[in-house]
Design a binder for this molecule. Structure first.
Ligand SMILES: Cc1cc2nc3c(=O)[nH]c(=O)nc-3n(C[C@H](O)[C@H](O)[C@H](O)COP(=O)(O)OP(=O)(O)OC[C@H]3O[C@@H](n4cnc5c(N)ncnc54)[C@H](O)[C@@H]3O)c2cc1C
Length: 386
């Protein structure tokens, strides 16, 4: 009986160590792939550190398949927190939402009915009941407050650090502080100087900004808002939207809430024992009208003190405007790009909610070729080849 030649492990370069890249890299490394995680900056310091970071499916009813993917995202977090430990990054406990505008309130109550029909857990509390969960809130006693008990928030940078550490422990190599400037394929004729050309365009190597080159057979584009540029390195058009968002961190003596919440005109969550994160779509709409993002931070800070009066003595630590990594039609682009063998995309808004599930499904696809039905509506092929 002959012996089968040992199968070579996949050699994969994951470009970008935000939540998407860290989830893909860890899932590949723990399944035996040779992984190099590459980031032009520091891991987890891109959008993943300047996001509202709410893990949810209640805001994803635009399409049933997208809702289902986000529900799978929530379930995956529970598995992930068991696999790598929840300390310092995983904050379950639910989400609260209420409004001071009757039309908006009616819209959210209607969505809550739809979600209940889809078997998603939601409770309608009164303001008084909500204040039993969050005594520091200022809100009218009878206001309906939606409570989604299965939702959560995540500390994105800490999660990335945990996953990068776990990936490294499983053998992954880390190259941080140096970006990918080129991707060589066997159609180029000079993949890492080894000649060739005239092939089917399969990935052969990545070239880093420090001039070094790494031979790989798989590249994962997890470059977040820069994913279009990285796609351009294999002559692929990945159309992305411009949709910037402003996030502000404040420091306070005591964090007066435990839950992530959408209050009137302001979204609020804890960030550590002495800091909180603020965001608002209404303030995002002003981004192009101000010169200094600090002005946006000032407005967010003003809003939060209306809902949480005890934050009067808090101060702004920083405000950052980031571009959401959103493919042009608003949905994730995840999976293989058949026209470039070995090239895969992991590009998504709601990347905090979706990172762990997308990371697992993509790693399985890379290693076994299995295309999960959950990703059917979100495959990169829907954007035509150049
Ligand atoms: C205001 C705002 C609020 C949000 N709120 C939520 C929310 O509540 N819930 C939710 O689920 N999602 C939310 N999101 C979206 C979510 O934050 C993102 O989808 C997610 O963080 C994206 O992660 P990423 O890993 O793709 O990108 P990033 O974290 O930006 O990581 C990409 C990495 O790629 C690196 N990189 C880029 N180009 C190269 C290159 N050529 N070579 C090497 N490295 C490179 C960068 O340095 C960066 O570290 C929000 C986003 C914003 C902006």
């Amino acid at each position: 009986m002959g012996t089968e030649p040992a199968k070579q492990p996949v050699r994969a370069a994951v470009i970008g160590a935000g939540v998407l890249g860290a989830c893909v890299g860890w899932n590949l490394a723990r399944r035996g792939a040779e992984v190099v995680l590459i980031d032009a900056g520091r891991p987890g310091e891109g959008v993943t550190d300047w996001t509202f970071s709410w893990v949810n499916a209640s805001n994803k009813t635009v399409r049933r398949s997208y809702f289902d993917l986000n529900v799978a995202g929530l379930a995956e977090y529970r598995r992930l927190s068991e696999a790598v430990g929840p300390e310092s990054w995983w904050y379950p406990g639910g989400h609260l939402r209420w409004s001071d505008d009757p039309a908006t309130e009616a819209k959210w109550l209607q969505i809550a009915d739809l979600l209940a029909d889809w078997d998603y857990r939601v409770e309608v509390l009164t303001g008084d009941e909500a204040r039993r969960l969050e005594p520091a809130l200022s809100m009218p006693a009878a206001t309906p407050v939606l409570f989604y008990p299965d939702e959560a928030w995540v500390h994105g940078r800490h999660l990335v650090e945990r996953l990068v550490g776990a990936a490294a422990a499983a053998g992954a190599e880390c190259r941080f502080g140096t970006g990918v400037s080129a991707i060589r394929t066997d159609a180029d004729g000079s993949a890492d100087g080894s000649g060739g050309g005239g092939g089917d365009g399969a990935v052969q190597a990545v070239v880093l900004s420090d001039g070094s080159s790494l031979a790989v057979d798989v590249v994962v584009n997890a470059a977040g808002p820069d994913a279009s540029q990285v796609a351009g390195l294999v002559a692929r058009d990945l159309p992305m939207r411009r949709e910037p968002g402003a996030v502000t961190r404040i420091a306070c003596a005591r964090v007066p809430i435990r839950h992530v919440m959408h209050a009137p005109h302001i979204e609020i969550r804890p960030d550590s024992d002495a800091s909180m994160v603020l965001h608002s779509r209404e303030i995002d709409a002003l981004i192009d009208t101000v010169e200094d993002p600090a002005e946006l931070g000032g407005l967010l800070h003003e809003s939060v003190r209306r809902v949480l009066p005890e934050l009067e003595g808090s101060r702004i630590v920083g405000t950052r405007v980031s571009n959401r990594p959103i493919p042009a039609d608003g949905f994730p682009s995840v999976g293989a790009v058949p026209s470039v063998p070995g090239y895969y995309e992991a590009v998504s808004h709601s990347g905090i909610t979706l990172g762990p599930v997308l990371g697992r499904l993509l790693a399985v696809e890379i290693l076994s070729g299995t295309r999960d039905a959950l990703l059917a509506d979100f495959r990169p092929e829907r954007f035509p080849a150049r």
